[in-house]
Write a protein that binds this ligand. Sequence first.
Ligand code: RIB
Length: 290
Amino acid sequence: MAIWNLGSINIDMVYALPHMPAPGETLAATSFEQGLGGKGANMSVAAARAGAHACHIGAVGPEGKWCVDRLTEYGVDTRHIAMGAVATGHAIIAVDPAGENQIILFPGANRALSADQIGQALSSANAGDILLMQNETNMQAEAAKIGRDLGLRVAYAAAPFDSAAVQAVLPFIELLFLNEVEAAQLQEATGKAPQDLGVADVIVTLGAKGARHFNGRDGSVSDVPALKVTPVDTTGAGDTFTGYVLAALDRGLPMPQAMAQAARAGALMVMRHGAADVIPDLKEVQEAKF
Ligand code: RIB
């Protein structure tokens, strides 16, 4: 089967800082690097690296051709990425010595997708394929409805978190990915615990504590522990986890194994600087010693 990913593509501009800047502070970076990112692109690369057929649906501007070329190099099917006049999205990422980040987003082309583009791409999808989205593009609810109507398994990673955006896709999704803070915010907004949202599988990442699966069918809850690693940069680790979970489910793995494999991929990611360019492949993930 295939994973169709309606997702952002960003040029990541990454600044290593001695600490996060305070309001009004001017601060010199100790290093600068530019690479491929965007939650969508990161998830597509992770899914492809994990062995899935990942078809990215997105857009870049005139200066973004290299992003598409790089996605192709990393094994992503890029036939449904539009190249238009609106500038490629970019992210300004500050990383502190503990590996934590702060991100400023310029959405650009990511929020200029057309209904025609989505419809055309998904007309090639087959029932049982996965449709994935995050909150860095437009057309999320429209795509989710088309996906559900076509018999796709619709998945949503609720980042960057916006309660209204999640609630707009909730009626259509089978899988929902949240972090701990986002899960608490969604519970506050809806008054419902994760297993009561009407979503078959809700996965909440808990950082150094691992990840939790809420089974919306029978209400059961199960945990996958995190691996003990020292982070240098957490950028893209959650995206890698999501892409790996979906690729494993697409291969028919049960949820606990899919999450355990994704936890290993996420652990490798936090030990590396960068996002899409450093996502490990399945062999590395399987062979890594922690
Ligand atoms: O999740 C990490 C990603 O968030 C970065 O690659 C950046 O582009 C932003 O979208």
